[in-house]
Design a protein around this ligand. Structure first.
Ligand SMILES: Cc1cc2nc3c(=O)[nH]c(=O)nc-3n(C[C@H](O)[C@H](O)[C@H](O)COP(=O)(O)O)c2cc1C
Length: 254
């Protein structure tokens, strides 16, 4: 696959993957691609915790479910979320940013036909936390947790803080290097027909990150940067949107 095609065809995959395991050859390729990313002073602060066995997957799936249930009860989270939720494909395309609500949750039948009916509710999304307290988060939590549990491969991406470059900006530059490594991995996956999804819910809060740190024996010197789920795809890439480039380019001076 051409590099530019991989860049523009990479998508976040929020559905099921094929059940077959990722081959060792392909996994090696993903990690090698990540390792060739630039990093400050060539510090290469990344490590990759590969999870293929049910025990690790189950633990992360359970924690994800718990965290999603918590997010549905959290009025601030819901309010912040609503800013980026698009109710219809038309709105999503017109705005050119955010995520499609129906890609994230299965809507109740009354809203399925016309999701715009949700508009007034989203405007006051923080009040939806009442529904969260009544258990509204349980269904989406179960769905995402099931996706985590059944993914052929999970990767916890770690940053080794002992490999910090010099200077006040050290941590900042390390994070940039981590981003470059992750993108190399995602693009290589796209070229190999492997779908990927960031799973941020179990990593939002320090307490939850600590639980993962303990559960997977990750030393204190290492920071969990993200969790990815991966698997082969049957269908080709789905839809995404971007802002027009004219809105992100400034010339000569802001
Ligand atoms: C740091 C980071 C965290 C993300 N967390 C999630 C997540 O928890 N769940 C999810 O479905 N997508 C997550 N995404 C994917 C974005 O929602 C996605 O990249 C964006 O909507 C654009 O869609 P695309 O990747 O298909 O082009 C994350 C992306 C990044 C870079």
């Amino acid at each position: 696959m051409e590099l530019f095609d991989a860049i523009t065809q990479r998508r976040t995959h929020r559905g099921e993957f094929r059940a077959d395991t990722i081959s060792q050859e392909h996994l090696d390729r993903l990690i090698e691609a990540a390792q060739w990313a630039p990093s400050p002073f060539n510090t290469q602060p990344w490590e990759f915790l590969i999870i293929r066995e049910p025990a690790g997957k189950n633990a992360l799936a359970e924690l994800t479910a718990e965290c999603v249930v918590g997010q549905f009860k959290d009025s601030t989270f819901l309010d912040d979320n609503s800013r980026w939720m698009r109710l219809t494909e038309a709105e999503w395309e017109e705005r050119g940013d955010g995520v499609l609500l129906t890609d994230h949750v299965d809507l109740p039948p009354m809203f399925r036909k016309d999701p715009t009916k949700l508009k007034p509710l989203l405007k006051h999304a923080k009040h939806l936390s009442i529904l969260g307290h009544l258990g509204a988060g349980k269904l989406p939590a179960k769905e995402i947790s099931e996706l985590v549990r059944t993914s052929p491969l999970l990767i916890l991406i770690l940053m080794d803080n002992t490999r910090r470059p010099p200077g006040d900006g050290g941590e900042r530059w390390m994070w940039l290097g981590m981003g470059a490594a992750i993108q190399n991995l995602l693009l290589t996956a796209t070229g190999l027909g492997i779908g990927t999804q960031f799973v941020s819910a179990p990593l939002e809060r320090q307490d939850d990150r600590d639980r993962i740190q303990d559960g997977f024996n990750i030393p204190d010197s290492h920071e969990i940067i993200t969790l990815l789920r991966l698997g082969y795809l049957d269908a080709s890439h789905g839809k995404s949107v971007r802002l027009p480039s004219t809105t992100v380019i400034r010339r000569e001076s802001y």
